[in-house]
Design a protein around this ligand. Structure first.
Ligand code: AMP
Ligand code: MG
Length: 351
């Protein structure tokens, strides 16, 4: 299949919105920008269209998808009941990077929910995404537009790497703003439970809702065999670059010393170090690649860059990646969730 790429200069370009909406309506696949990462979209009410997403991504069948809506009215058409806490979250965070889980109505194919009685819904703030969904007048099922297991795409070039020849259309809207996926909050339990940290932080949620539980599998990085995540997607190796990746936690100067030591120990390896604005000068040895993920005082910057940095390491075909860790606070929680998965849980802590 030929994959067409259209460059978006104006997020409300009516011709491109119309074209993308038509591909969705006829059961095709469109990769499109959202404020979190690029999504791979299909008509969320069309079982066969949704099956094509699983195929293009190589996504495990038991990993359900998020339905993206352009209005509250569209959301009401899809779910049985919207609790008061969810309404408050919609007022506060929609449109935006918050996905909520509801009891689903029967019109949603089992393929979307992977057989669960619930469905995940989000209203993106990206103007193109919302325009396309509104024009198609259909909920758009859209996981991240990467091959399953690889780092999520934050630029159209990332999508092209993984999806060229497999999908109908890629909308190139530049690099995405947030850079990590949406927060997932389960509204079918009381109190609501955080299943995946993301663009809306736990602190943001706690400031609005009286109580928020956190899926125990998100805490403490226990082996996944012991704690079963409630969000099926969280159990898979994810966001992983091709190289072996190791995460370091502790005092930042000690991390740099330990990384320096490991660089000296591995003279024949191509090594990448993912550092931060504040620590770039701490490293004495010169690795093959030294990347600045952003400032520790502006973790949004780090979130914006991490997937691009991991893909950069793949492009350079490095053998080993050493990454600095962050505190599990604010955006740090979402960043650490992605980095731990990228490293397959391999960490050196307490430095
Ligand atoms: P993504 O592939 O980034 O779109 O991920 C969507 C995330 O939402 C995955 O971790 C899914 O497992 C999770 N998810 C989707 N639907 C549900 C659901 N009904 N219940 C729990 N988690 C869900
Ligand atoms: Mg994904």
């Amino acid at each position: 299949m030929d994959t067409e790429v259209l460059v978006l200069k104006d997020p409300e370009d009516p011709e491109i919105i119309d074209k993308a909406a038509k591909v969705i309506a006829r059961g095709g696949l469109v990769a499109f920008p959202t404020e979190t990462v690029y999504g791979l979209g299909a008509n969320g009410l069309d079982e066969r269209a949704v099956a094509k997403i699983y195929e293009a991504k190589g996504r495990p069948n038991d990993n359900p998808m998020i339905l993206h809506v352009s209005s509250l009215e569209m959301c009401e058409r899809l779910v049985k009941n919207i609790p008061k806490e969810a309404k408050d979250c919609m007022d506060m965070f929609w449109p935006g990077p918050l996905t909520m889980i509801f009891e689903k109505k029967d019109l949603i194919p089992d393929r979307v929910s992977a057989g669960l009685p619930t469905v995940a819904i989000r209203m993106p703030s990206d103007r193109f995404a919302r325009g396309m969904i509104a024009k198609a007048d259909l909920p758009v099922a859209a996981p991240s537009a990467n091959t399953s297991g690889r780092p999520s795409p934050t630029k159209a070039s990332h999508v092209l790497e993984d999806m060229a020849g497999k999908i109908d259309l890629i909308i190139d809207g530049g690099s995405t703003e947030v850079g990590i996926e949406s927060t997932v909050l389960d509204m079918t339990v009381k109190p609501p439970m955080l299943l995946r940290p993301g663009g809306v932080t736990l602190e943001d949620l706690k400031a609005l809702l009286k109580d928020v539980d956190v899926d125990p599998s998100l805490l403490g990085g226990e082996p996944k065999e012991v704690l079963h995540p409630k969000s099926p997607g969280q159990k898979y190796k994810h966001y992983a670059p091709k190289a072996d990746c190791l995460l370091f936690g502790g005092n930042l100067k000690n991390i740099a010393k330990e990384v320096d030591r490991r660089i000296r120990e591995n003279p024949d390896k191509k090594i990448a170090v993912l550092a931060t604005e504040e620590t770039m000068d701490f490293y004495q040895e010169k690795p093959y690649l030294l990347l600045n993920m952003g400032s520790r005082d502006h973790l949004e910057e780090v979130a914006h860059n991490i997937f691009d940095d991991l893909r950069h390491c793949d492009e350079e075909e490095v053998d080993l990646i050493f990454v600095e860790g962050f505190d599990f606070q604010g955006m740090g929680q979402g960043i650490m969730n992605r980095l731990l998965k990228a490293c397959g849980g391999k960490v050196v802590l307490g430095l």
